[in-house]
Write a protein that binds this ligand. Structure first.
Ligand code: GLU
Length: 283
């Protein structure tokens, strides 16, 4: 078994990250397997080295040990570009020139699991227009979901504790695989790296279960293996909403500075005992 914890170094870790890292770590250790850290730092504009160092210090404070050096997504840009080129050669992606404002203006579009669905404007451009605009305009790359989902056929994954789940990638519409400002989207980078690292069990929060629809499709398109998944309950604050990076009060760094014992906190989280004001919920 190989599990991973994959923080994005765009902010400080909070109790929700601690809970996720502990579950991934403990699952691997219980099976005599390996636990690795991946730094999801493809967003060069928002990633900070100070957050990488703080995240590793937080995990060590919780008493977690990981195998090997942390892996960095910023070192894998060639692999993401190669996968994108492969999909492009098969006519499964297209450049999209729409701005956020363009997309917001066509809000007749229905909503998918992660927001409004892209209305497909740039999918309908002629090849000549695509080439002309590609040279001159900033663009992202989108998956042609209709073609991709039809090519892949029905897809399933094994969700721990629930059994087989049917993936519904088509519900996400033409998702972005490479952003205007970043060489790969979370979906593309995460899917490729989970396979490259040999991750056998993806342990992550229930907020990401819809992403697995897309990851399962990308695995099929790129001939990558499918790990097992466990989407766990989320740590929520007093308002019942899951913790987000903006909830400064809950950062691990603050607890650490207050003199909280990281090992004791880890054992409390393992037992489902959360500090006052926090609770675990599935969504
Ligand atoms: N970097 C992603 C996050 O922090 C990782 C998600 C995942 O585990 O796939 O949300």
């Amino acid at each position: 078994m190989l599990t991973r914890f994959a923080p994005s170094p765009t902010g400080e870790l909070h109790l929700g990250h601690a809970y996720s890292a502990l579950l991934a770590h403990d699952a691997a250790r219980a099976a005599g397997g390996r636990f690795r850290i991946r730094i999801d730092d493809i967003d060069g504009g928002r990633s900070r080295e100070s957050h990488v160092a703080a995240a590793l210090a937080d995990l060590a404070w919780l008493g977690l040990a990981w195998d090997g050096a942390p892996v960095r997504q910023s070192a894998h840009l060639d692999a993401y570009a190669a996968a994108l080129a492969d999909l492009a050669a098969r006519g499964l992606v297209y450049p999209c020139f729409c701005t956020r404002a363009d997309i917001a203006a066509s809000l007749a579009a229905p909503h998918g699991p992660a927001g409004p669905l892209y209305p497909g404007t740039c999918r309908r451009l002629t090849a000549a227009e695509r080439e002309r605009r590609r040279a001159a305009e900033p663009h992202c790359w989108r998956l042609d979901m209709g073609r991709a989902a039809a090519l892949a056929g029905p897809l399933r994954w094994e969700e721990e504790g629930q059994g087989v789940r049917l993936a519904d990638p088509a519900a996400h519409g033409d998702i972005v695989l490479a952003r205007k400002d970043a060489p790969a989207s979370y979906h593309l980078a995460s899917t490729i790296d989970d396979a490259a690292m040999g991750v056998t069990h993806v342990v992550r929060g229930a907020d990401l279960i819809a992403s697995t629809d897309v990851h399962r499709l990308l695995q099929a398109l790129l001939a990558l293996p499918t790990p097992r998944y466990r989407h766990h309950a989320l740590v929520c604050g007093a308002d019942g909403r899951r913790l987000a990076k903006r909830d400064g009060a809950a950062t691990l760094a603050m607890l650490r500075e207050k003199g909280v014992d990281g090992g004791a906190l880890a054992n409390d989280l393992r037992a489902g005992r959360l500090p006052a004001g926090y609770s675990l919920r599935m969504a």
